[in-house]
Design a protein around this ligand. Structure first.
Ligand code: PLP
Length: 424
C-alpha cells in the first residue's frame, strides 16, 4: 500500500489479497498455527523470527487490523487489545513498574482515571493529575525523577477539552518521558497526534473506529521515535531473561516498545483482541472518514441549534466559537470536532429526565460514538445516587446532558431535540 491518504488506507491498509485469495479480510479463527519442524518453532519462541504460533501473541486477522491502524495513524506499528481499558493498561505496564510515576490530564475518561488513580496505584504505580489549562512552568513542577509517562486525550471524554499536543510533547520530552495521547474521540481522520510530536497513540476502538456499537477493542500505535535508551527505562535496555537475554532496544530498534508490549505484556496478561473482533473493527474502519465527516457536520448544526435555545443555559462543543478550546480545536481538529456535545438545561435534574424521556429518535445509552444518536443524563442515570450538591463537587450540573450525534438525517435529529426540549 503506497497511498498515504487515510480514505484509501481505511479500505486497503493492512491486508492485500494475492491471486485467488478472498477480497475481504479472512477471519483466522485458529488458536495455533502449524509448523513442520521444531527449529522453526524455536526461532519464533526466541523472537528471532516473526510469525504466528499462538493467538495470544499474534493472529493474522488481528495483525492486519494492526497494520491498517498503524498506517492510518502514521506509526511504525500497532498492537490491538481486548478493550480501550486494556490498551491503556498494556501501555502503562509495558513502560512502568512499581515505584514509577505518571502525569495524566485531569479530564481523562473516567475509566482511565480509575485505572490510574486506583487500580494501578495498588500495584505501586503513582499518578498525578494535572490541569491542562495550567502553564507549562506549573506543570513542569509536577514531574518527579520517577516520572515515566505523560498522557492526555485529544478530545476528552466527556469533558470535551482539547489537548495541546505540541505543548505537552515538548514538556514530556524535556523530562525524557514519552507522551501518550488517547485519540478515541478524534480518530486519525480528525487528528493524528504522532504528527504533532506524540510518541504513542491509543484508542478505545469500541467507539468511532468500530462505530456501530458491536465490538469492544483497543489499540496502541507507536511512532517508533521515543529514545528508550535515555537512561530511564532499564527494562528496555537490559536483557530479558524470559527471552534468552533479548535486549529490546538493541534487537528491535524503533519496534522496541511494540515487541516488549507483545512479548511480555500480551504474553503474561493476555488482554488480546480476537480474530472475529478484529474483523468487525476492520469493517467499521472502512468507512471511518466518511462517518466522521457526517458526525461532525451533524454535531455542528446541533451545537448551533442548542446554543440558541432558550431552555439551554450552556453548550460545550469545541467546534463552537464560544468554546474556550476553540483556538486549540482550529489547530488540531481542522476537519471537525467529532460528534459528542454536552449541554445544560436551565430546568435542572427534572428537566433533564423529562427531556430524555421525551426523545423519540435519540436513545438512552451508556455509549458514545455510535451511528445512532444516543444521550445520557448523568443526574438520572450514572450519577443518580448523588445529591445536587454532591454532583456539584464532581463538576456535573444536575441539568447536564451528554449527546452523541449519530448519522441520521440532520433535520430528524434537530426535530427530535426540539420536541423533547419543548417538554423539558
Ligand atoms: C471508552 C473509552 C475508553 C475505554 O474503552 P473501552 O473500550 O470501553 O474499554 C478509553 N478512553 C476513552 C477516551 C474512551 O472514550
Amino acid at each position: 500500500m503506497t497511498s498515504k491518504n487515510i480514505q484509501t488506507l481505511a479500505i486497503h491498509g493492512g491486508y492485500t489479497p494475492r491471486n485467488g485469495e478472498p477480497s475481504a479480510l479472512p477471519i483466522a479463527q485458529s488458536t495455533t498455527f502449524y509448523y513442520e519442524s521444531t527449529d522453526a518453532v524455536a526461532r519464533l519462541f526466541d523472537l528471532q523470527e516473526a510469525g504466528f504460533f499462538y493467538s495470544r501473541l499474534a493472529n493474522p486477522t488481528v495483525d492486519a487490523l494492526e497494520r491498517k491502524i498503524a498506517a492510518m495513524e502514521g506509526g511504525v506499528g500497532a498492537l490491538c487489545t481486548s478493550s480501550g481499558q486494556a490498551a491503556l493498561f498494556t501501555a502503562v505496564i509495558t513502560i512502568c513498574r512499581a515505584g514509577d510515576h505518571i502525569l495524566a490530564s485531569s479530564t481523562i475518561y473516567g475509566g482511565s482515571f480509575n485505572l490510574l488513580g486506583s487500580s494501578l496505584k495498588r500495584l505501586g504505580i503513582d499518578v498525578t493529575f494535572f490541569h491542562q489549562n495550567e502553564s507549562s512552568e506549573e506543570i513542569a513542577r509536577l514531574f518527579r525523577p520517577s516520572t515515566r509517562l505523560m498522557l492526555g486525550e485529544t478530545i476528552a471524554n466527556p469533558a470535551l477539552t482539547v489537548f495541546d499536543i505540541e505543548r505537552f510533547a515538548t514538556l514530556a520530552h524535556e523530562h525524557k518521558v514519552p507522551l501518550l495521547v488517547d485519540n478515541t474521540f478524534a480518530t486519525p481522520w480528525l487528528c493524528r497526534p504522532l504528527d504533532f510530536g506524540a510518541d504513542l497513540v491509543m484508542h478505545s476502538t469500541t467507539k468511532y473506529m468500530d462505530g456501530h456499537a458491536i465490538q469492544l477493542g483497543g489499540v496502541i500505535v507507536d511512532s517508533g521515535r521515543f529514545d528508550w535508551t535515555c537512561g530511564n527505562y532499564p527494562e528496555f535496555t537490559e536483557p530479558d531473561p524470559t527471552y534468552h537475554g533479548t535486549v529490546y532496544t538493541r534487537d528491535f530498534g524503533s519496534m522496541a516498545f511494540l515487541v516488549k508490549a507483545r512479548a511480555q505484556t500480551l504474553r503474561d496478561y493476555g488482554c488480546i483482541q480476537t480474530p472475529q473482533g478484529a474483523f468487525y473493527t476492520d469493517l467499521g474502519l472502512m468507512t471511518l472518514p466518511q462517518r466522521m465527516d457526517c458526525h461532525c457536520r451533524n454535531a455542528e448544526k446541533v451545537a448551533a441549534f442548542l446554543e440558541n435555545h432558550p431552555k439551554v443555559s450552556h453548550v460545550n462543543y469545541p467546534g463552537l466559537a464560544s468554546s474556550p478550546d476553540h483556538a486549540l480545536a482550529q489547530k488540531y481538529l481542522p476537519r471537525g470536532c467529532s460528534g459528542v456535545i454536552s449541554f445544560t438545561l436551565t430546568g435542572g435534574r427534572d428537566a433533564g429526565a423529562r427531556f430524555i424521556d421525551s426523545l423519540e429518535l435519540g436513545s438512552l445509552e451508556v455509549h458514545v460514538a455510535d451511528i445512532r444518536t444516543c444521550v445520557l443524563h448523568p443526574a438520572s442515570s450514572t450519577h443518580r445516587q448523588l445529591s445536587d450538591s454532591q454532583l456539584a463537587e464532581c463538576g456535573i450540573d444536575p441539568g447536564l446532558v451528554r449527546i452523541s450525534i449519530g448519522l441520521e438525517h440532520t433535520d430528524d435529529i434537530l426535530a427530535d431535540l426540539a420536541q423533547a426540549l419543548d417538554k423539558a
